[in-house]
Design a protein around this ligand. Structure first.
Ligand code: COA
Length: 672
């Protein structure tokens, strides 16, 4: 046998944290389970924990039958005799089981002894799986007479809640056995990924180790604070927990010891000294009351306060580059497929995107450049993998070139006379393109911008627009050369036309992110203010200098600036014509984020991709409610809000959003 169909009776050996959870998962799925451990006390406590966990699932309506009927499928087995030898009960269980899953202590000799025993008593060709996270499957298998039956089945903690299982092929594991375990994993409602070679740490722990070690080195070298790293991890990368928050939560000892075990087996890493120091000082995180953060008392978890405004103080690319390099290594060495690697980090670590998806998003070129820097700063493990450098030389750089690890469909650049439109599904970039004139806005540019917005409005592939400038300016304003000899009436008409463009932007049906790459002056700033969100490079300068030319802003500046920053600050800027730095503009409320110039493009893209996943109709409704509400009074605004709120309940996106929440999956909004 060895087919998943034939598995009815499962023997789980080890009833600790993982073992009892694994037993529970199989019992819920309808399997009969022997749960074995060394004494009655451990088994009783395991059974209590399973019952408690089942009752929680039942409360949430996630159990199809009663707690008792699930419990009735689990039989506790004492596995050893008082003299330490394996018991007859274990032998009997082994002889009835169709599959064994070992989840005992992470010691090779203990595991080998158990496998030897089960091998001797098994009824025939049964699957013998180990839940080890750090020991070689091949060495565990070596003591059995049929190493082809031995396989890794690595669950994540806690097994009833974590959907991922890494299925690891030892050197001699048969393909049938791997396939059966994959099938079984699906039958128990889990999502398997296949690890084709028994490498230390498999997929998830290798990638996590790179990520944590990099984060730790940044702090150890004084490049960033714990809070800056964690804020960036949570709020820029969108991971569920900061790197140090996670280390504290799971235990610094856990990560330290996994890293040590992996390193002993050949995983090359320059260990960050902080983890070792903290391990030795027994400051292990939540469980000891102190780690990178402080807790009220040992074991009492209070989520650390991580300020959002520190997000981006560290370049997110620095934090993920090592993880991407590791993933590239896994892929180029045939350890796992790209899809499985991405699935593993999403399900095992809760990253909102796969590691390759992130790499594509941030650009393979910037990952490689960052790796070269980290290699110098930290160690040789950051040497960029050949796969990545090849991608750079081939120009497959990710989302921005339409192809990276994945294909991004529609990618095309259309050059108009004053701007470039780059379609990078689901984003359209509009790049003001008169760099020699600092993207000064002439009538052609106004017309082309307006037409382009109309075209993109009709394009269902585009969910978000990013507006930026080429060269050193976003735009230095209306083209002053066009003002020579113009009559008052012509000036008024020009102003009106320009205002129409800004109104079109303000009430546009898709979000417009403005990436202010340099000067945003006069009409340039007026365009920027008509977008929905402004991200500025640190080097950008903003202002309304018209007064110096003898006139006033004519494309909404006198109206939108006070609405954004208040009337007196607006008057100050307009009266003096002075420029403000991006940082000061942020303080005034004129821009929403400020980032180093080399990161502007990435940050704008990340935000755009985030918005592109939101329901388009709800985004539009939110935009209209905010914009129109601010222009009327609160009664009218609230009335509009409730009408739009109601209207959204006629959309398929609401059905999708609510069902995805209930089914614990990511929604896919269609804008219908
Ligand atoms: N209209 C037309 N041309 C403009 C322009 C504008 N608003 N802003 C800049 N340019 C042109 C410059 O004339 C220059 O062209 P040239 O090389 O043919 O002489 C080119 O862009 C580069 O500008 P330059 O002034 O050399 O760059 P700089 O770095 O020295 O100075 C600014 C940058 C932004 C401070 C300066 O260009 C400036 O003050 N521009 C006008 C800003 C303004 O008043 N805007 C409101 C218009 S309503």
């Amino acid at each position: 046998m060895v087919s998943a169909n034939d598995v009815k009776q499962v023997l789980v050996v080890g009833a600790g944290t993982m073992g009892h959870g694994i037993a529970e998962v199989f019992a819920i799925a309808g399997y009969n389970v022997f749960l074995a451990d060394v004494n009655r006390q451990i088994l009783d406590s395991a059974m209590d924990k399973i019952r408690w966990s089942l009752s929680k699932l039942a409360e949430k309506g996630q159990l199809k039958e009663s707690v008792d009927s699930v419990m009735s499928r689990i039989t506790a087995v004492i596995s050893v005799n008082p003299d330490g030898s394996f018991s007859n009960d274990l032998a009997a269980a082994a002889s009835q089981a169709d599959m064994m899953i070992e989840a005992i202590t992470e010691k090779l000799d203990a595991k080998q002894a158990l496998f030897r025993f089960v091998d001797q008593h098994r009824k025939g060709k049964i699957i013998m799986a180990t839940n080890t996270s750090s020991l070689p499957i091949t060495e565990i298998a070596s003591v059995t007479s049929s190493p082809e039956l031995v396989v890794g089945m690595h669950f994540f903690n806690p097994p009833p809640l974590m959907p991922l299982i890494e299925v690891i092929k030892g050197e001699r594991t048969s393909d049938d056995v791997v396939q059966s375990v994959v099938d079984l994993a699906k039958r128990i409602g889990k999502q398997p990924v296949v690890v084709n070679k028994d490498v230390p740490g498999f997929i998830v722990n290798r990638i996590l180790a790179r990520f944590l070690n990099t984060a730790c080195w940044l702090v150890a070298k004084g490049r960033a604070s714990v809070l800056e790293v964690d804020s960036t991890v949570r709020f820029s990368l969108g991971f569920p927990m900061g790197a140090f928050e996670l280390a504290d939560y799971s235990g610094i000892d856990v990560f330290y010891l996994i890293a040590v075990a992996m390193t002993q087996r050949g995983f090359r890493q320059t260990p960050c000294p902080l983890f070792e120091q903290m391990y030795k000082a027994n400051t292990l995180g939540m469980k000891t009351g102190k780690g990178f953060y402080e807790y009220p008392k040992p074991g009492a978890y209070v989520r650390p306060q991580i300020p959002k405004d520190l997000a981006g103080k560290v370049d997110p690319v620095t934090l993920i580059a090592g993880a991407v390099n590791e993933a590239a290594w896994l892929l180029e060495n045939g350890i796992a497929t790209k899809e499985d690697i991405d699935k593993a980090v999403k399900l095992g670590l809760g990253w909102p995107k796969g590691v390759f998806e992130l790499a594509d998003q941030y650009g393979i070129d910037s990952i490689v450049a960052t790796l070269s820097q980290l290699k110098q700063d930290i160690g040789p493990e950051y040497s960029p993998e050949p796969l990545l450098t090849q991608m750079v030389s081939q120009g497959t750089l990710g989302v921005k070139t339409g192809k990276g690890f994945y294909e991004y469909g529609h990618y095309e650049e259309v050059a108009k006379s004053t701007l470039i439109v780059r379609y990078e599904k689901p984003i359209a970039w509009i790049i003001l393109n008169r760099p020699n004139k600092l993207n000064a806005i002439n009538v052609d540019m106004i017309n082309e911008l307006s037409q382009t917005l109309d075209e993109i409005e009709q394009n269902p592939d585009v969910r978000v627009i990013i507006l930026t400038g080429s060269g050193k300016a976003f735009s230095a304003g209306a083209d002053i050369t066009g003002f020579a000899g113009i009559t008052p009436i012509q000036a008024a008409i020009f102003s009106r036309k320009f205002q129409e463009l800004t109104l079109k932007m303000e009430y546009y049906t898709k979000p417009i992110i403005v990436a202010i790459n340099g000067y945003a002056l006069g009409g340039g700033l007026e365009i920027a203010m008509s977008g929905d969100i402004r991200i500025a490079a640190e080097t950008a300068m903003l202002g309304q200098p018209e007064i110096n030319l003898g006139f006033i802003p004519g494309a909404g500046g006198t109206q939108r600036l006070p609405r954004l920053i208040g009337r007196s600050s607006a008057k100050l800027l307009i009266f003096t014509g002075d420029m403000v730095s991006a940082k000061d503009a942020k303080e005034l409320g004129l821009v929403d984020y400020v980032v180093p110039p080399e990161r502007l493009e990435q940050e704008a893209r990340s935000l755009a991709l985030k918005l592109a996943e939101k329901p388009p109709l709800a985004l539009l409704a939110a935009k209209l409610a905010v914009e129109m509400g601010l222009e009327s009074n609160i009664w009218a605004g609230l009335a509009l809000e409730s009408q739009l709120f109601g209207l959204l309940f006629s959309t398929k996106d609401v059905v999708e959003g609510v069902s995805a929440f209930l089914e614990k999956r990511k929604p896919s909004f269609k804008g219908e």
